[in-house]
Design a protein around this ligand. Structure first.
Ligand code: ZN
Length: 385
């Protein structure tokens, strides 16, 4: 459903507009399969590596005792012999061309559940290697949330389950966040927007949770913790901005990184982290260190998933007619609240320090516009990649 557009984007690396203008160019690029191999990972996990010449765009399905990886716009390579290690869950691998898609079927010795996103990675080309889609999995039944799917015929692709979105309204309680000239408090604006967002995301078929649904103070690490406890597919932290220049306005979107992408992003992370007195200069200040829990590859995968969401969110805001802060569409900084093991983004909805934008942020109409843009970005987000 939503996959095809993202598929095109992945194949071409162009923006939506470029794809619309040049569909032939998009189709001209054709991916090819370079190698298939399996191995055993610590924890008795099976690793399947699919190497391709271009960035793969894939979908996974789990028919009975098989794992099927469907690669968009990719040609089969029947001369290729898979390198299968012993002691894995995969007994054999076959290729089938279905239109322009290549279906790689891995026959399994034991059933596996849906592979968690943080066990799926796309590695960039490195040395002699091209792009590699890496899947790590263990034997087991499907996780609880896809239990109904597994209990059905077992021969069909699992029907979509509800994706979990955790909405974090920034600040609260003793921490008002920034305050506009007209006295508008960030904590009130973001809570109002968060509640509207919850209602609309629920209506759109997502399962939502809020870190706070009233005026209370939560530590940043607690918020991140809620994202993990709820097994969020996406964690969205909502904020509003203040700038010493009252002329500055527009939304901006951030993802987590150890280093800030620019001076402004660094200052913003400093002010957003100030609630918990967490410095941004030293990552080790963070109460919670996801580097311990996640492998470098998993962190890389998370960063990629977050970045994809953030880019889509930025596009949705722009196409929704919401003014963007000048500068890059997505920035990066060490926000404590984003330090969770789920894809996450921090959205600065606008500037309370700008009189016109302060008025907008208070208005029901503009809040709905913001919410609609976020809902669109969530609907467009490809959760399965
Ligand atoms: Zn804030």
């Amino acid at each position: 459903m939503k996959v095809s557009r993202r598929t095109l984007l992945k194949i071409t690396g162009f923006s939506v507009a470029a794809v619309a203008i040049a569909p032939k160019m998009a189709l001209a690029a054709r991916n090819s399969l370079r190698s298939l191999r399996t191995g055993v990972q610590p924890g008795n996990k099976t690793r399947l590596v699919i190497e391709t010449s271009m960035r793969p765009s894939y979908m996974l399905s789990y028919p009975e005792n098989r794992l099927i990886i469907s690669l968009a716009n990719t040609a089969a390579n029947q001369s290729l012999s898979p390198s299968l290690a012993s002691g894995t869950l995969i007994s054999s691998v076959s290729q089938t061309q279905v239109g322009d898609r290549l279906q790689i079927a891995a026959n399994l010795r034991k059933p596996v559940g849906q592979i968690p996103k943080n066990q799926i990675m796309v590695l960039e080309p490195n040395g002699d290697y091209g792009y590699r889609l890496v899947l790590d999995f263990a034997a087991g039944t499907a996780p609880a949330r896809t239990a109904t799917a597994a209990a059905s015929t077992g021969t069909k692709t699992a029907p979509a389950h509800k994706y979990v979105i955790v909405i974090d309204a920034g600040h609260g309680g003793k921490d008002p966040g920034c305050i506009g000239k007209g006295g508008t408090r960030e904590k009130d604006i973001v809570l109002a927007v968060a509640k509207k967002l919850r209602t609309k995301l629920d209506a759109a078929g997502f399962k939502t949770y809020m870190t706070r649904s009233d005026d209370r103070y939560l530590k940043l690490a607690q918020r991140a913790e809620i994202g993990e406890q709820r097994k969020a597919d996406l964690f969205l932290s909502l904020h509003a901005n203040a700038n010493p220049s009252r002329a500055m306005k527009g939304f901006s979107i951030y993802t987590l990184s150890e280093k800030a992408s620019d001076e402004e992003a660094k200052k913003l992370a400093e002010s957003e982290n100030a609630a918990d007195r967490i410095g941004v200069s030293d990552f080790s200040d963070f109460e919670k260190d996801i580097r311990v829990a996640l492998s470098a590859l998993q962190q890389h995968a998370l960063a990629e998933m977050s970045e994809e969401y953030a880019n889509g969110c930025s596009r949705a805001f722009r196409s929704g007619g919401i003014e963007a802060q000048p500068g890059p569409g997505v920035r990066h900084a060490p926000f404590a609240v984003l330090r969770c093991a789920v894809p996450s983004a921090l959205i600065e909805l606008g500037h309370l320090s700008n009189a016109a934008e302060e008025r907008l942020l208070k208005s029901d109409n503009h809040q709905n516009k913001l919410v609609n843009a976020i809902v669109k970005s969530v609907k467009n987000y490809n959760f399965d990649v």
